[in-house]
Structures are given as structure tokens and as C-alpha cells.
Design a protein around this ligand. Structure first.
Ligand code: AMP
Length: 248
């Protein structure tokens, strides 16, 4: 089973997001960028499948600027076999990402694509589903467990109030949720080994995909600041205050 793992380079989840003064977007100058956390979980899943002998080859792909190669290298250091870098300095929306992924899936003869459930920068939660539709493949989103049995995958999905178990036939699309696994840290020898693993260089034009945006961002604003709290003497005063302010 050949597995493709799309990995996105995003603002590190520990970084405090700053909005540009003209409210046109998030300030990305001189801030730490990392692999999207859900994509780390996908990488871990693919490496475990390879270790268990269920995946025969694992390929990471990232669509983004030159620095996206670092994100691919991180996945190679975790155990992925090889990478594909689709270079663009433009912001690429989920539909264009899904179209590029479709071309790669077809060219490489992929059996399973494991994506993150969402990228923490755009919070779209769209790419996996769009790829599922473009390929006309079954999809299991928000995976909490993944088991291969024959030509099927049994996937436990995180849904409100519990886990829903579904069976999908391969080839398929899976998107990962937070509790699927705990991604490993790359060891130093594996970081060194990853430097010699191949990364193919491509562009969106190689796949004939028009990446022109379909949306325009009108405004990005910081959340409203929280007002200072007040201390109350006892429960009775708290209840009175809450009533006063129409909370209860
Ligand atoms: P989104 O639909 O933008 O929330 O992203 C969901 C998932 O799609 C991510 O977790 C990645 O696995 C994949 N993805 C989105 N954008 C890219 C990109 N530029 N390069 C590689 N993978 C991506």
C-alpha cells in the first residue's frame, strides 16, 4: 500500500498570533513556523503502518515556498521515505491544494492519503474532503484509530460524545484527529539520514493547476480584549451580580 501524506508549513502553534496593522492578515515576518500539528500525526501514522508492514512506501508532499522543504525534511527524519515539494510563494486555497494532490495521487498510484483534519492557520477543514470528492474515493475524517483489514480500513472517528466506527474500502482518504497517536521526535541519526532522502521539485504549473484564489480576505481582526474581573464577597453577591448583568 502506497501512502501519501500532505504536510503544510504553518505558524508554530506556540506562537502568539499578531495581526498586521492594516488588518490584511497575520504577520508572518520573523515568526517560528512548523509542520501543522495534525500533519505530524498523519506522518506518525504512516510511519507506524510502514513499520507494521502495511505500507510499502510513504511519500510526503508540501505545497508552499522554499522553506516548505524544511517541513518535508522533518517528515523524512520521522521515517517517511521521500518527498515532493510543489513550490509556490502564493497562498494556495484548499481546492487548488486538492487538485494538485489529485494529480500526484494519480501519477504515483497512491492507495491511501492521510491528511490532517485541518491546517491550524486557515482552519479550513476542507482539503481532505475536496480530494475525496475529486477522486470519488471513500473518506474517513477525524480518525482516532485506523486498522487495515484486507482491502478495507476500519476507522474510529471522533464525533460529538463518542467514537463512530466506519469501514472504508481502499483506495481511500483519511484525515487525522488529535488523539490518533503521539508523534515521535526525530533522532539525530535519523535527521542526518533524512538529508540524503530525495525530494522531487515541482510547481503547480507542472500539474496544470490554476492556483488563483477564489476568495478574498476582507479583514482579519484580533479577538476582543478581555475586560478585568471583579472580586465578590460571597455567593449571594455573585448571584445578584449575575442577575444584574442578565447572565442568569
Ligand atoms: P485545510 O483544509 O486547509 O484545513 O487543511 C487540511 C489538511 O490538508 C492539512 O492538515 C494538510 O494535510 C493538507 N494541506 C492543506 N494545505 C496544504 C499545503 N499547502 N501543502 C500540503 N498539505 C496541505
Amino acid at each position: 500500500m502506497k501512502v501519501l501524506i500532505p504536510v503544510k508549513r504553518v505558524l508554530d502553534y506556540n506562537v502568539k498570533v499578531r495581526v498586521k496593522s492594516d488588518e490584511s492578515g497575520v504577520d508572518l515576518a520573523n515568526v517560528k513556523m512548523s509542520m501543522n500539528p495534525f500533519d505530524e500525526i498523519s506522518v506518525e501514522q504512516a510511519v507506524r503502518m510502514q513499520e507494521a508492514g502495511t505500507a510499502t512506501e510513504t511519500i510526503a508532499v508540501s505545497i508552499g515556498p522554499d522553506k516548505a522543504q524544511e517541513t518535508i525534511r522533518t517528515s523524512l527524519a520521522m521515517g517517511i521515505d521521500r518527498g515532493i515539494h510543489v513550490k509556490t510563494d502564493a497562498e494556495v486555497e484548499p481546492l487548488a491544494v486538492a487538485k494538485i494532490l489529485k494529480s500526484i495521487v494519480e501519477a504515483e498510484g497512491i492507495d491511501l492519503v492521510i491528511l490532517g483534519k485541518q491546517a491550524i492557520d486557515d482552519d479550513s477543514n476542507q482539503t481532505g474532503q475536496m480530494l475525496g470528492a475529486l477522486m470519488d474515493w471513500p473518506q474517513a475524517t477525524f480518525a482516532n484509530t485506523i486498522e487495515k483489514d484486507g482491502d478495507n480500513l476500519t476507522v474510529g472517528r471522533e464525533v460529538d460524545g463518542g467514537i463512530q466506527t466506519v469501514k472504508v474500502s481502499l483506495p481511500a482518504i483519511v484525515t487525522t484527529d488529535l488523539r490518533l497517536n503521539e508523534p515521535r521526535y526525530a533522532s539525530l541519526p535519523n535527521i542526518m539520514k533524512a538529508k540524503r532522502k530525495p525530494i522531487d521539485a515541482k510547481t503547480p504549473e507542472d500539474f496544470g493547476v490554476d492556483i488563483a484564489p477564489r476568495l478574498s480576505t476582507l479583514k482579519v481582526a484580533e479577538p476582543a480584549g478581555r475586560s478585568a474581573g471583579v472580586k465578590v464577597e460571597d455567593a449571594a453577591e455573585l448571584v445578584a451580580k449575575l442577575k444584574d448583568e442578565g447572565v442568569i
